[in-house]
Design a protein around this ligand. Structure first.
Ligand code: GLY
Length: 417
């Protein structure tokens, strides 16, 4: 099977590494890729937001399967265009991708499916903002009602900070979603979905704030670990049965059947799991950790979802132990990341590339999240040690990373209320 992966981050690098381990995959191609991906896949340039361009490239490369990594092309209908060209595609239609692209749509689907989520209100004008803010708090959750790569979310106990963020979004023409705060530790559960068939992967936890101890602004994700030693064993089944399956069935009932990766972001509260958000693609950086433990062939799994045969796939097998990924970010990320720095040690084992490119034979930073370093071990503590030992060999001027990925779980400090 010839597989073309669309995207250029560490998530796509992880997908390609896992696909490379599948004996059924004969050729790996990526567009546009990055400096690390270029070492394991043939790279091509493409406008990833153009369905026509992606479908043409897939035809030219004789791809049997296209895997779309990021949400923007999915929301714009790239998977529809690839399927219309007669090529199997892992990724939902534009219609189904609204589960991420429009938070209002996601809330409507969840309400119809009887899925627990935060109470929310959309604010579309500055005149309505103060009144609306008064109906929330003492923790304000302010989101951009569109795609914002995690950075459009502010969670704060400071009403002025909540107001400033909402006012800025409105000024830029973005409707704002205010949400009640969901208490409890967060879980990312990725499910491969094909209509009403749901196959969960291992649960993971992201670390969204930039600084140790969950301080500073939200980012696209600074690190993740899997599995979650503090999560009761039956919770994944509970999430699948009470959250993901009802949402998948509701999408089928609306004529918007989901095919691809449905990512449920949840808070595990005292009354059970409640949805923080849905995404229509693999999460980053959790994917880098989750796929490091996948034993089953990834190409076969994704192709089954893309061709409507997911119900025939054997139960997934996983390596024992834990995996941790730590993001190495550029100076001044997430605000104004500096690019163009030469990176040393970027070709080490477990070093996945995100914002990198090759310039005159040197690997140079080209984005905010530069690398995603994966460690594995018999338990979470060992996986952390492995990841941080690998990071020690990397040189990125001004680069920074969190030192506490997975630490609270190792120290038993995560508790379900
Ligand atoms: N882990 C956050 C995201 O992928 O959106």
């Amino acid at each position: 099977m010839r597989v073309l992966v669309i995207g250029s981050g560490a998530r796509e690098h992880a997908l390609l590494l896992a696909l490379a381990r599948d004996p059924g995959v004969s050729a790996l191609m990526c567009a546009p890729g990055n400096a690390g991906i270029g070492k394991i896949a043939e790279q091509h340039s493409v406008d990833i937001t153009s369905g026509e361009a992606v479908a043409d490239l897939a035809k030219k490369l004789d791809a049997d399967l296209v895997v779309v990594g990021p949400e923007v092309p999915l929301v714009l209908g790239v998977a529809d265009a690839v399927r219309a060209a007669g090529i199997a595609c892992f990724g939902p239609s534009a219609d189904a991708a609204r589960i991420e692209g429009s938070k209002a749509f996601a809330k409507d689907v969840m309400a119809a499916a009887g899925v627990k989520t935060a109470h929310s209100e959309i604010v579309d004008s500055p005149a309505k903002l103060d009144e609306a803010l008064d109906r929330f708090g003492p923790n304000w959750v302010v989101k951009d009602d569109g795609l914002a790569a995690g950075k459009g979310v502010v969670v704060t106990t400071d009403r002025d900070a909540a107001r400033d963020h909402a006012a800025e979004l409105l000024e830029n023409g973005h409707p704002v979603l205010l949400e009640s705060f969901l208490d409890g530790p967060e879980v990312s559960l990725f499910c491969v979905v094909d209509g009403e068939t749901v196959v969960p992967l291992l649960p993971a936890q992201d670390h969204k704030r930039v600084g140790d101890g969950d301080t500073g602004p939200n980012t696209g994700g600074m690190g993740a670990y899997t599995p979650l030693p503090w999560l009761p064993e039956q919770t994944v089944t509970q999430i699948v049965d009470d959250v993901v399956k009802p949402v998948a069935a509701e999408l089928v009932a609306r004529g918007s059947a989901f095919s691809g990766l449905l990512y449920a972001g949840l808070a595990i509260g005292k009354d059970g799991p409640a949805v923080v958000e849905f995404n229509c693609r693999f999460g980053d950086p959790e994917t880098q950790a989750v796929l490091a433990l996948l034993k089953s062939p990834l190409g076969e799994l994704l192709n089954a979802a893309a061709t409507g045969t997911l119900d025939q796939v054997a139960p997934l097998e996983w390596h024992d132990g834990s995996a941790v990924t730590v993001v190495v970010a550029a100076e001044h990320y997430p605000a104004t990341p500096r690019t163009g720095d030469v990176i040393g040690g970027a070709d080490g084992e477990g070093v996945l590339h995100a914002g990198t490119k090759l310039v005159d034979g040197q690997v140079v930073s080209a984005g905010g999240r530069v690398l995603s370093v994966v460690g594995v071990g018999a338990d979470l503590g060992e996986a952390r040690e492995d990841a941080y030992a690998r990071i020690a060999a990397i040189k990125l001027p001004g680069g920074h990373f969190r030192k506490d990925i997975g630490l609270a779980a190792v120290e038993g400090r995560i508790a379900i209320p």
